[in-house]
Design a protein around this ligand. Structure first.
Ligand SMILES: [Zn+2]
Length: 387
């Protein structure tokens, strides 16, 4: 297969290339060369990027106004059907790799395996299984409640045996759970340390949901690999991020989507109120983190209220608008940096890499909203949309 690009963004920060052919064989890129007049491409587009990579999704969530209640009330069958539908949607939107950071009933792992086997359409996946939270903590009704360091170790072992390939921990309260205060620390430093050391013994990376300042620093000091949200980070946290080379996944779309839909109805008042608080901290702090040189990996928290799985383009736009990234830098965060955190591949279009690519009718540098309308999606060298 040959893809002809008017402009090729390969996922790195190198100068984009004009008029090139991406040659694909056996599911991988074999060569990138100047477009050859005598060769007819299979697909051609004004702009080609790597498949997008979303480092923070919840396949069991479908953007319902009251997501947590909807998930908690679903039967296992309903949750699986939702996840299958969301996986297909994700792929059609040009997202070819995701990390599912919290699902119950083994749904994330089963979904991943079915996609890998080619049974259903969807992105390449890593799945955390159940998030580890304190008893009654954020997301407790779909999480694994842990109390004490030994129980935290045991919970990692349980998720490992249930097929998890990364671990998610809840270090602070959150927006969507009634009674959980986002600014308050939840799992204790010794619980975080125990679980992280157990996960690392088995080669699993750990991401922490952390919004409040103390919880962010607890997780950073405990050896976490990525901070999810991170909205109330302070100067000391910034130093820890850099000293320990930790990724920040800012999930800018999560509070943004909640606040944009206040008047649609259906969202509990406590969710809106907490989202306002968190959004204010996010606008104040995340750009500082980016400017200080913290590694930003794209992740949208897809599945949360009005934050649908086919809307990852919005997260990329927000990184451009709110963090001051150029479109290419935002794409870099949403491809190679996110891929580096997930660890399945490099998230770039280069010889030897998986042939995951998206074709767009317009150059993203002229208008980043071009990302909203993928013309063709290629995964592992196969056209998966339009199918
Ligand atoms: Zn999340």
């Amino acid at each position: 297969m040959i893809l002809r690009a008017g402009m090729l963004y390969d996922g790195t920060l190198a100068e984009p290339r004009k008029n090139v052919d991406v040659v694909i064989d056996g599911g991988r890129v074999t060569e990138i060369r100047n477009a050859q007049a005598g060769t007819k491409p299979d697909f051609a587009a004004a702009c080609i990027t790597p498949g997008l990579v979303n480092a923070h999704v919840h396949m069991v969530g479908s953007g319902e106004a009251n997501t947590m209640t909807a998930i908690a009330l679903m039967s296992q069958n309903q949750a699986m059907l939702a996840a299958v539908t969301n996986a297909a949607k994700t792929l059609r939107a040009g997202v070819t790799t995701v990390r599912d950071l919290g699902s119950h009933l083994g749904i994330g792992q089963a979904l991943r395996d079915a996609i890998d086997a080619g049974t259903i359409p969807g992105p390449r996946m890593r799945a955390a299984g159940r998030a580890l939270c304190m008893t009654g903590g954020h997301g407790w009704f779909i999480g694994r409640q842990v109390d004490g360091p030994w129980d935290a170790r045991k919970a990692v072992r349980e998720e490992l045996s249930a097929g998890a390939d990364c671990i998610k921990m809840i270090a602070t309260g959150g927006v969507l759970t009634k009674g959980a205060v986002p600014g308050n620390a939840q799992l204790l430093p010794e619980e975080l340390e125990a679980a992280i050391s157990e996960a690392h013994r088995h080669g699993l990376r750990v991401g922490a949901h952390a919004i409040g300042t103390e919880g962010i620093k607890n997780a950073l000091r405990a050896g976490i690999d990525s901070i999810e949200h991170g909205h109330m980070l302070d100067d000391e946290a910034l130093e820890l991020f850099k000293a320990r080379d930790v990724y920040l996944v800012p999930t800018l779309a999560a509070p943004t989507c909640i606040l944009e839909h206040i008047h649609d109805g259906g969202q509990p008042a406590f969710v809106v109120q907490k989202a306002e608080q968190v959004n204010e901290a996010m606008l104040r702090n995340i750009r500082r983190a980016y400017e200080a040189g913290v590694k930003i990996a794209g992740g949208s928290d897809a599945g949360t209220p009005f934050n649908d799985h086919d809307n990852y383009a919005r997260e990329v736009e927000l990184m451009h608008q709110l963090l001051g990234m150029t479109p290419q830098q935002a794409l870099h965060a949403a491809t190679s940096t996110a891929a580096e955190l997930i660890g399945l591949h490099r998230g770039v279009l280069a010889p030897g890499e998986p042939a995951d690519a998206v074709l767009f009718a317009r150059d993203i540098h002229e208008d980043i909203r071009a990302l909203r309308e993928p013309q063709v999606v290629i995964k592992a060298g196969t056209c998966v949309s339009p199918s």
